[in-house]
Design a protein around this ligand. Structure first.
Ligand code: NDP
Ligand code: OXD
Length: 314
């Protein structure tokens, strides 16, 4: 006898599957939820992070493939069955974390808290001349779910904010630029660059020497915050720009190889702050609630948000 229950498989690399399975079972009691193992019976939907190709080859009938992250670059390297809808997490608690991280990093740099910390450790009571917000225009690359939230949070602190996206936008409080044609103007008008682009064939390596030299109208003093993907940055281009003083510093949360290998020069560079890909963590409860709601909607034939355009890459 075949079951008419919706069948969901969970296939997570780097995450314990049990709490996801329990959470999905609780949120979707009408569904059958199981951990994937080779040879598993065909499923209707899957909840995944970095699954092996074998998983997708074994499941050609999937209708929904739910990624437990916002970025789908790793998933789109695989051959996804043509009728399967790939669905990314839509915020699910990440945008507030990203806004905290970027505001903290920006303010730490602008207010020179890193230098004050060093002075305090040396037992020195020293003042520094306050800097002007108007000299620290922030440029946010990517005005999607995370980028727009970050740009608005930064604007709350009265920094001038520019945003750059693929399609033209009008967002209150932001100067918006769009497309390749306006990229150089965006860079020239921005001093602190925040990367929140998806990793696609158009954006890989976009944080290059050529790009970074255009920051701040070509004047020294630019600052880079990369919170999107390591492969956006050309690693070898960054260090000479920091050493020459063209860039004042960089905070990097994401790396081409993760964990960042021991001995990588980013670890020890005095102008680089490294964090371990944690600027916005997946929140399990919120993510399960979002995915369960979307599975129900799909089962009823209703439209859902966050469906990835596989050709475009995000
Ligand atoms: P969205 O898909 O919602 O937004 C992407 C934005 O980038 C859109 O504004 C889009 O433009 C713009 N964009 C895409 N391609 C280009 C291009 N070629 N030129 C200019 N703009 C472009 O993504 P999210 O905001 O949800 O997430 C962004 C990325 O953040 C993820 O892909 C992931 O890599 C990273 N991330 C990192 C985390 C971490 O912990 N470090 C956590 C979560 C996500 P348009 O609006 O015109 O389509
Ligand atoms: C994501 C991430 O894409 O965690 O959600 O990087």
């Amino acid at each position: 006898m075949t079951s008419s229950r919706i069948r969901i498989l969970v296939c997570l690399t780097d995450n314990r599957p049990e709490p996801w399975i329990e959470g999905l079972r609780a949120a979707l009691p009408e569904a059958e939820v199981e951990n994937w193992a080779p040879g598993a019976a065909p499923a209707d939907h899957a909840v995944v992070w970095a699954p092996p190709q074998q998983f997708l080859d074994d499941q050609p009938g999937l209708r929904g493939l739910f990624n437990i992250g916002a970025g789908v670059d790793a998933l789109l390297k695989l051959r996804v069955p043509p009728q399967t809808q790939v669905v990314r997490l839509d915020d699910a608690g990440m945008s507030v974390q990203m806004a905290e991280y970027v505001c903290h990093t920006l303010i730490r740099h602008f207010r020179e808290f890193d230098l004050y910390e060093a002075e305090a450790r040396a037992g020195r009571w020293s003042y520094r001349k306050p800097r002007e917000r108007r000299d620290f225009t922030v440029g946010v690359m990517g005005l999607g779910v995370l980028g727009e939230r970050v740009a608005k949070a930064v604007a709350q602190f009265e920094f001038p904010v520019n945003g750059w996206s693929r399609s033209a936008k009008a967002i209150d409080g932001l100067r918006c630029f769009a497309g390749e044609a306006q990229f150089d103007d965006f860079l020239g008008a921005s001093r602190v660059l925040v990367n929140l682009l998806p990793l696609t064939s158009d954006t890989r390596g976009i944080l290059s020497r050529e790009t970074l030299l255009k920051l701040n109208g070509g004047r020294p003093g630019g600052y880079l915050i990369n919170v999107a993907r390591g492969a956006h940055l050309v690693d070898d281009d960054l260090i000479p720009l920091l050493d020459s003083g063209q860039l004042a510093g960089a905070t990097l949360d994401v790396f081409d190889v993760e964990p960042l290998p021991a001995g990588h020069p980013f670890w020890s560079h005095p102008k680089i702050t490294v964090t371990p890909h944690g600027s916005a963590r997946t929140e399990r409860e919120a993510s399960i609630a979002q995915i369960a709601g979307k599975i129900r909607a799909m089962e009823q034939g209703a439209p859902i948000a966050g469906v990835v355009d596989v050709e475009r890459g995000y």
